[in-house]
Design a protein around this ligand. Structure first.
Ligand code: AMP
Length: 283
C-alpha cells in the first residue's frame, strides 16, 4: 500500500493507472475509520482495479463552533486497517496542500445544500462539495463510493457530478450499524456511556416510523410527533430536526405513501448525530 501526500504525485499516479487501463475506485473519508468506511472500501476493492482511500479532515466543512479541532484522528490505526483490507493507496494530504495560501474557489450546489443539514450547518455542504470536487480532480476516479448514512451528502455529490459533467459513477452503500441499531460514526467515540446507550433510540424511532408507514400511517403530521416522542424518551437527547422529505428534492412531504426519506439530527450533550431511513412506496 502506498501513502501519497503530494497533490501532483497523486495526480501523476492516477494518470499512470488510467494509462494502464485500470479502473480507479475512490472512497473519500475524514479518517478514524470504522466498519462503515470499511464497507465502502470493500465494495471498491471488489469492483475496481485500484482503490484509493483519502483521509482529510476538511476544515472548510466545519463552522468555527463545530468540532474540527477535536475530530478524532489516528492515522497509524487507519493505515493498518486499510492495509489489511487491501487498499492500494491512501491519499493523505496536509491542509496546506488542499487549501494553499490565496485559495479562493468554492463549489456550491444550490437548493439541496440549504435543506435539512444545510439549515443547521449553513456552509457545511459548500465545504463538502468544494473538497470532493478537488479530490476528484486529484484522484481522478472512475467510481466513487459514499454512504447512505449521509444521504443528503450523497445526493448533493450526485447533483454536482451531473451538473458539472463529471465522468464519475457514484455507488451509494448501505448504513452499517451497531447491534443496537446505532449507525457507526467517528463521532460516536465522543458519547458518554449513558449517551451511547440512549443513542440507540435514534434507529428505534426511525424503525417505528417505518412500521407505521408500512401499516398504513403515512401522514407526516402523525409520523413526525411519534418519532419526536421516541427520541425524547432519551433524557439526554436534544432534537435538532425530524424531517420527512422527498428523497430526491429533500423538500417536506405530507405523506410517505409514494416513498420518503426520514431524516433526523439529534444532540447528545455536545455530540450531534444524524441518521435516516428510506421508506419505500406502498400501494
Ligand atoms: P466521513 O469520514 O464521516 O466523512 O465518512 C466518509 C464516508 O463514509 C461517507 O461517504 C459516509 O457516508 C460513509 N459512512 C460514514 N458512516 C457510515 C456508516 N455507518 N455506514 C456506511 N457508510 C458510512
Amino acid at each position: 500500500m502506498r501513502i501519497i501526500s503530494s497533490v501532483s504525485e497523486m495526480q501523476s499516479y492516477a494518470d499512470s493507472l488510467r494509462k494502464e487501463g485500470m479502473t480507479i475506485g475512490f472512497v473519500p473519508t475524514m479518517g478514524a475509520l470504522h466498519e462503515g468506511h470499511l464497507s465502502l472500501l470493500k465494495k471498491s476493492i471488489e469492483t475496481s482495479d485500484k482503490t484509493i482511500l483519502s483521509i482529510f479532515v476538511n476544515p472548510a466543512q466545519f463552522s468555527p463552533s463545530e468540532d474540527f479541532g477535536k475530530y478524532p484522528k489516528d492515522f497509524e490505526r487507519d493505515e493498518k486497517m486499510a492495509e489489511e483490507l487491501g487498499v492500494d493507496i491512501i491519499f493523505y494530504p496536509a491542509k496546506e496542500a488542499i487549501y494553499p495560501n490565496g485559495y479562493s474557489t468554492y463549489t456550491i450546489v444550490e437548493g439541496l445544500s440549504d435543506r435539512l443539514e444545510g439549515k443547521s450547518r449553513p456552509s457545511h455542504f459548500k465545504g463538502v462539495t468544494t473538497v470532493v470536487n478537488k479530490l476528484f480532480n486529484i484522484v481522478k476516479p472512475h467510481i466513487a463510493f459514499f454512504g447512505q448514512k449521509d444521504a443528503q451528502q450523497a445526493l448533493i455529490i450526485k447533483r454536482m457530478i451531473t451538473d458539472l459533467n463529471m465522468d464519475i459513477d457514484v455507488v451509494i452503500c448501505p448504513t452499517i450499524r451497531e447491534d443496537d441499531g446505532l449507525a457507526l460514526s467517528s463521532r460516536n467515540s465522543f458519547l458518554s456511556p449513558e449517551a451511547r446507550k440512549e443513542a440507540a433510540f435514534i434507529h428505534q424511532a426511525l424503525k417505528e416510523a417505518e412500521s407505521l408507514h408500512l401499516n398504513g400511517d403515512q401522514n407526516s403530521e402523525i409520523l413526525i410527533p411519534k418519532i419526536t416522542d421516541t427520541l425524547n424518551s432519551a433524557p439526554i437527547a436534544r432534537i435538532d430536526y425530524v424531517a420527512i422529505v422527498d428523497s430526491e428534492t429533500l423538500l417536506p412531504i405530507e405523506s410517505t405513501k409514494q416513498g420518503a426519506l426520514v431524516a433526523v439530527a439529534v444532540f447528545f450533550d455536545t455530540t450531534r448525530l444524524i441518521d435516516n431511513i428510506l421508506l419505500t412506496a406502498v400501494k
